[in-house]
Design a protein around this ligand. Structure first.
Ligand code: 3HC
Ligand code: NAI
Length: 715
C-alpha cells in the first residue's frame, strides 16, 4: 500500500499504491507511517520523495471507508510526523492532489507539481472540511483570502495557479518523480525551519474581522442551508487567530459535527450516485457500458431556437463539428449571432483566445447527410417531429443515430417513423443547454444498447452528467415536475400566496421557488402543453377536467398576457421593464381573492410544513411509481436528475434520498393524510412500491433495489 525504495543512492522514494486514485485507506496510512519511519531511521537516506503510482499522487481520504468504523493510523499525526522530520521530504505531485492528498503534500517540506496536475480541497463538496490540517496549513501558506476561496468552494486549481498562489515550489513538464528526486538532493543539508508550515504565522490582512464577516455572510447566502461551507470559514478563522495546536483542535471539533451529519451522508451519496448512473444497465440486464460506443465527430442540430443554440455551443466547445439547420431566416440570423456570442464568452471565461469552432449553418435538411448523429430541437409538436424523423431516416447515412430533445413526447413514436428504430434515442437537455449539467438519455423499447452507449459517451464528452431512463410521458424529469408544480398551484388556490410557497421551497434549499422558476421559464410553455392535451378551456373556471382536479389559474394568467418575466408580469411583478427582481403584485392578490370567491373557496391558513410536504411528497411518490415501472433503474438516477436538472439541494441528496432520511413510513403516513384531505388528487395516493418498502421495514436506500426486484401482485 506504500512502498519504499532507495533511489539515486540516498533518496528514499515512497510510492502510494492504491488504485485507481491512491486514496488514503487505512492500509495506505499504515504504509505511509511505516515507510516514513523506515526512511527517517535509515542513515543512508538523506532525503525522502513521496509520490503516487500510475500518475496520480493521491485523491484524499478513502471515501468508501467513511461509512465503516475508523481503523488504522490517524491522518493528522501521520502528517505531523512528516513535517517534523529532520530530512527534507518532497511531494512529487502528478495527476491529482486532492483533499487529504493535498494535506499530505502540505505536510511535506517541498512540493513539485507536474504541469497537468490538479490540486484542491474538495471536502466541502462531501459535507466535510479538510480535517488533516488543511484548514490550518493552507492559510499559513497562501494567505487567508485565497485559502478561504479554495476551502469554501472546493474548487480545483491547475499547477500554474498553484504555483502563482505559492502552494507548490516548482512545476515541471518533465518526469515529475525524477524532478522531485533531483530537487530533494539539491536541498539536503538546508535548514527546514521555514518549511514547516504549521510553525509559520498565518499572514492576515489588516481588516481581518471585517473580511471574515463578509465571507461568512456570502457563504451563508450561497450555502442555502449547507453546514460545511460555514464550518470551513470557522476553521480558517481558527487558523488566523489561534496557534496551530489549538487551531487543529478546533478543526477536529468542527469535523466531528460534520462527519456524522445527514448532510455529509447526502453529499457522499451524491458523489457515488453520480458515478453509479454512468454505469447504468437496462431493466433487461443489457449494460450500455458493455456495448462499444460508436465514434462521433460530426453532429447535426435541427432547429436553432433556445435549445438548439445551447446544444450547438455545448457540442462545439467539446471540439465536435456541428451542422446547424434552421428553416426560418430570421431565427437563423438570430441563432448564428447567439451561438457566436456564447462561444466568444466561453472562450473569454476560459481565458483562451477565441478558438475557431467547426459550426456550419444551413437551411436545408440535406446538409446533415454525412453526420454520425442528429439532435432534433424543433418546436414541441409531435406531428412536426414525426415528419422530420421520417425525412432524416431517408437523408442520413444508414448508421446515423437520430436523437430528439423533446421534453415529453413519445420516443418510440418518433422511432416508428424511421427505417431503423433501434438508432433512435432521446437526448433531453436542460436550459440553458450549454451550462446545465444534466442530460436525460431516453431509450425506447427498440433502442439498441450501442445507440444508448454512444449517446451516454457523447454526453460525458460534452461535460454532462448523463442519466439513462425509459420512455414515458415527460420521462423522469418532467413527469415528476408536473405533479410537484401542480401541487404548488393547488396550494395557492386553497389560500397560500406564491411568495409564501416560494419562500418555503427556497428555505428548504432550492435556489428558486416554483413560481419564480415558472415566471423565468415562461408561463406560456406549460399553457401550450396543456392546450395540446385538451385541458385548456378559455375563460372557463371549472376545477375538474378530464375527470380529475384541475386548477385553471395558470391559464387565466396567460389569457391576460401574463407570461412571466418576459412580459413583466406573471405570478410576480417585474418593474421597471426588463427587471429580474420578482416583486409581489397587489393585482394578483385581488385576482386570487376574486377567483376564490367565484369558486366558492374559503381560503385556509396554510403553513410551511403543508407546503413542503405536499410539494415534495407528491414529487417523491411519483419517483416511487417511476421506480416501480422500471423507468429509472434506481433511486440514484432520479436523485441525480433532480440535483443536476432542477437544483434540488445537493446536501439533501435528491428527493429519494431525502425520503429515506425523513423516513419512508413518515412519508407514507403524510401522503395518506393528504390523500384523505384531497381525494380528488390521484397522485397523492401512495405508490405501492412505497407501501412495500415500508412493510419490508424501510430498508436503507442502497437496498431498495432488492425490494423493487421481488415479484409482487398488482392487486
Ligand atoms: N475515495 C475513494 N474512492 C475514490 C476517491 C476517494 N477519495 N476518489 C475517487 N474514487 C473512486 C471513484 O469512486 C471511482 O470509483 P469507481 O470506478 O468504482 O466508480 C474511481 O475512484 C475513479 O474516480 P472517477 O470516476 O471520479 O475518475 P476521474 O478520473 O473522473 O476523477 C478524481 C478522478 C478527480 C480523483 C475524482 O474521482 C475526484 O474528484 N475524487 C474525489 C476527491 C475528493 O473528494 N477527495 C476528498 C476526500 S475527503 C478527505 O480527503 C478528507 C480529508 O480532509 C481527511
Ligand atoms: P424554440 O421555439 O425556441 O425553437 C425551435 C426552433 O425550431 C425555431 O427556431 C424554429 O424555427 C425551428 N424549426 C421549426 N421547424 C423546423 C424545421 N422543420 N427545421 C429546422 N428548424 C425548424 O423551441 P425550444 O424552446 O428551443 O424547444 C425545442 C425543443 O426542445 C422542444 O422539443 C422542447 O420541448 C425541447 N426543450 C425545451 C426546453 C426549454 O426550456 N425551452 C428544455 C428542454 C427541452
Amino acid at each position: 500500500m506504500a512502498a519504499l525504495t532507495l533511489v539515486s543512492g540516498s533518496v528514499g522514494l515512497i510510492t502510494l499504491q492504491n488504485p485507481p486514485v491512491n486514496a488514503l485507506s487505512a492500509a495506505v496510512r499504515q504504509g505511509i507511517v511505516d515507510t516514513v519511519q523506515k526512511a527517517l531511521s535509515n542513515p543512508q537516506v538523506k532525503a525522502v520523495v513521496i509520490c503516487g503510482q500510475n500518475g496520480v499522487f493521491c485523491a484524499g481520504a478513502d471515501i468508501k471507508e467513511f461509512s465503516k468504523p475508523m481503523s488504522g493510523p490517524h491522518v493528522v499525526p501521520m502528517i505531523d510526523a512528516i513535517e517534523v522530520a529532520n530530512k527534507p521530504v518532497v511531494a512529487a505531485i502528478e495527476g491529482s492532489a486532492l483533499g487529504g492528498g493535498l494535506e499530505l503534500a502540505l505536510g511535506c517540506h517541498y512540493r513539485i507539481s507536474q504541469s497537468k496536475a490538479q490540486l484542491g480541497l474538495p471536502e466541502v463538496l462531501l459535507g466535510l472540511l479538510p480535517a488533516a490540517g488543511g484548514t490550518q496549513r493552507l492559510p499559513r501558506l497562501i494567505g487567508v483570502p485565497a485559502a478561504l476561496d479554495l476551502i469554501t468552494t472546493g474548487r480545483y486549481v491547475t499547477a500554474a495557479e498553484a504555483l502563482k498562489l505559492g502552494m507548490v515550489d516548482q512545476v515541471t513538464d518533465k518526469n515529475t518523480v525524477e524532478a522531485a528526486i533531483k530537487f530533494a538532493l539539491s536541498v539536503v543539508g538546508q535548514s527546514l525551519e521555514s518549511r514547516r508550515i504549521s510553525t509559520l504565522p498565518c499572514p492576515c490582512p489588516a481588516d481581518m474581522d471585517a473580511l471574515f464577516e463578509r465571507v461568512m455572510q456570502r457563504v451563508k447566502q450561497s450555502a442555502r442551508g449547507a453546514m460545511a461551507p460555514v464550518a470551513c470559514v470557522q476553521a480558517v478563522q481558527a487558523a488566523a487567530t489561534l496557534p496551530y495546536a489549538q487551531g487543529i483542535q478546533r478543526e477536529r471539533e468542527l469535523m466531528d459535527t460534520l462527519f456524522t451529519s445527514g448532510q455529509a451522508r447526502a453529499l457522499q451519496y451524491c458523489f457515488f450516485s453520480q458515478r453509479v448512473v454512468s454505469r447504468w444497465s437496462m431493466p433487461n440486464g443489457a449494460r450500455w457500458d458493455n456495448s462499444k460506443p460508436k465514434h462521433v465527430s460530426k453532429v447535426a442540430v435541427i432547429g436553432l431556437g433556445t435549445m438548439g443554440r445551447g446544444i450547438t455551443v455545448a457540442l462545439a466547445l467539446a471540439g465536435l463539428s456541428v451542422v446547424a439547420v434552421e428553416t426560418q431566416q430570421q431565427q437563423m440570423m438570430a441563432g448564428q449571432s447567439a451561438v457566436s456570442g456564447m462561444l466568444a464568452r466561453a472562450a473569454q471565461k476560459r481565458g483562451v483566445p477565441s478558438v475557431k469552432h467547426q459550426v456550419h449553418y444551413s437551411v436545408e435538411l440535406e446538409a446533415v447527410a454525412d453526420v454520425e448523429l442528429v439532435i432534433e430541437a424543433v418546436f414541441e409538436d409531435l406531428g412536426l417531429k414525426k415528419q422530420i424523423f421520417k425525412r432524416l431516416s431517408s437523408v442520413c447515412k444508414t448508421d446515423t443515430l437520430l436523437c430528439s430533445n423533446t421534453s415529453a413526447l413519445d420516443i418510440d413514436e418518433l422511432a416508428s417513423q424511421t427505417h431503423r428504430p433501434e438508432l433512435v434515442v432521446g437526448m433531453h437537455f436542460f436550459a440553458p443547454a450549454h451550462l446545465m449539467k444534466l442530460l436525460e438519455v431516453v431509450y425506447g423499447p427498440r433502442s439498441a444498447p450501442q445507440a444508448v452507449a454512444t449517446v451516454m459517451k457523447l454526453g460525458k464528452r460534452i461535460g454532462k452528467v448523463s442519466v439513462a431512463v425509459g420512455n414515458c410521458r415527460g420521462f423522469v424529469s418532467n413527469r415528476m415536475l408536473k405533479l410537484y408544480a401542480e401541487q404548488a398551484v393547488f396550494l395557492v388556490e386553497e389560500g397560500a400566496s406564491p411568495e409564501m410557497v416560494d419562500h418555503t421551497l427556497e428555505k428548504f434549499g432550492f435556489p428558486m421557488g416554483l413560481f419564480r422558476m415558472s415566471d423565468l421559464s415562461g408561463l406560456d410553455v406549460g399553457w401550450k402543453v396543456r392546450k395540446a392535451e385538451g385541458l385548456v378551456e378559455p375563460g372557463q373556471m371549472s376545477r375538474v377536467r378530464q375527470g380529475r382536479r384541475y386548477c385553471p389559474l395558470g391559464d387565466l394568467l396567460c389569457e391576460q398576457g401574463r407570461f412571466g418575466q418576459k412580459t413583466g408580469r406573471g405570478w410576480y411583478l417585474y418593474e421597471p421593464a426588463g427587471s429580474r427582481e420578482a416583486r409581489p403584485d397587489p393585482w394578483l392578490q385581488s385576482f386570487l381573492e376574486e377567483y376564490r370567491a367565484r369558486q366558492g373557496l374559503v381560503p385556509r391558513r396554510i403553513d410551511s410544513q403543508e407546503v413542503l410536504e405536499r410539494c415534495l411528497y407528491s414529487l417523491i411518490n411519483e419517483g416511487f411509481n417511476i421506480l416501480q415501472e422500471g423507468i429509472a433503474a434506481g433511486p440514484e438516477d432520479i436523485d441525480m436528475i433532480y440535483v443536476f436538472g432542477f437544483s434540488f439541494p445537493r446536501h439533501r441528496g435528491g428527493p429519494m434520498f431525502y425520503a429515506s432520511q425523513v423516513g419512508l413510513s413518515r412519508v407514507l403516513q403524510r401522503l395518506e393524510h393528504y390523500q384523505q384531505q384531497h381525494p380528488d388528487v390521484p397522485y397523492l395516493q401512495p405508490s405501492s412500491l412505497l407501501r412495500r418498502l415500508v412493510s419490508s421495514g424501510s430498508p436503507p436506500i442502497q437496498k431498495w433495489k432488492e425490494v423493487m426486484r421481488t415479484p409482487h401482485s398488482a392487486l
